[in-house]
Ligand binder design. Structure first.
Ligand code: DX5
Ligand code: ZN
Length: 220
């Protein structure tokens, strides 16, 4: 089993000290920086927009993993690519023409991701799996940090892993929401490749250590 990619979510960072928190991620074992965009329509919360992503990009030394929790994401793909996204993840539930949207993301030079809400079944992705570089399984209902992990996610990871293996596809499996030291080992055992962690990193006494510890799973 490979070591996981840890993607701290800056939604849980201190926005009054964003430079300090990005610096911390730069110096840590994190692989990516997870950037949550919420529009107040697709999800019942508003986070931040393009100028902040652009500012984060100028400070960040790690790839930006941009998670769009917005309706009609196709309208903003070019802008987020220009603002510095390495990966752009759109929600299955927000895309009428998902195949076209994923093709556009790759044409912009970004990795293409699809996120599934907790209620959305994995097999719905079967006909677009070749267009996908990563699948983000939401393990909470999107919109807020600090929520309780939904246990059913383990079964979705296993199901997705099976689907990818059967079709011999290299897409990564990312898990987002309520992830921390209590469930990281089991998530990786089930087949996860990327762990997004907001609260368990930034609300920890020592965020650097929290990132390092998540990256040390699976433990022997
Ligand atoms: C939730 C976001 C998550 C959030 C995770 O809608 O997509 O990325 O930041 O936060 P925690 O790790 O606190 O659940
Ligand atoms: Zn997210």
């Amino acid at each position: 089993m490979n070591k996981p990619i840890i993607a701290p979510s800056i939604l849980a960072a201190d926005f009054a000290n964003l430079q300090r928190d990005i610096d911390l991620i730069n110096r840590s074992d994190a692989g990516w920086i997870h950037v949550d965009i919420m529009d107040g329509v697709f999800v019942p919360n508003i986070s931040f927009g393009l100028p902040i992503v652009d500012a984060v990009r100028r400070l960040a030394q790690k790839p930006l993993d941009v998670h769009l929790m917005i309706v009609q994401p196709e309208r903003y793909l070019e802008a987020f690519a220009r603002a510095g996204a390495a990966t752009i993840t759109v929600h299955y539930e927000a895309c009428t023409h998902l195949h076209r949207t994923l093709t556009q993301i790759r044409e912009l030079g970004c990795r293409a991701g699809v996120a599934l809400n907790p209620h959305t079944p994995v097999p719905l992705l079967e006909d677009v799996l070749e267009q996908i570089d990563q699948v983000l399984l939401m393990s909470v209902n999107p919109g807020f940090g600090g929520q309780t992990f939904i246990e059913h996610t383990y079964r979705k990871i296993a199901r997705l892993k099976h689907l990818l293996t059967t079709h011999r596809l290299p897409a990564l499996i990312e898990v987002d929401g309520g992830v921390g030291p209590d469930n990281a080992g089991r998530l990786l055992d089930a087949g996860a490749d990327v762990l997004v962690a907001g609260t368990s990193v930034f609300k920890a006494d020592d965020p650097m250590a929290a990132i390092r510890e998540l990256g040390e799973y699976p433990k022997p």
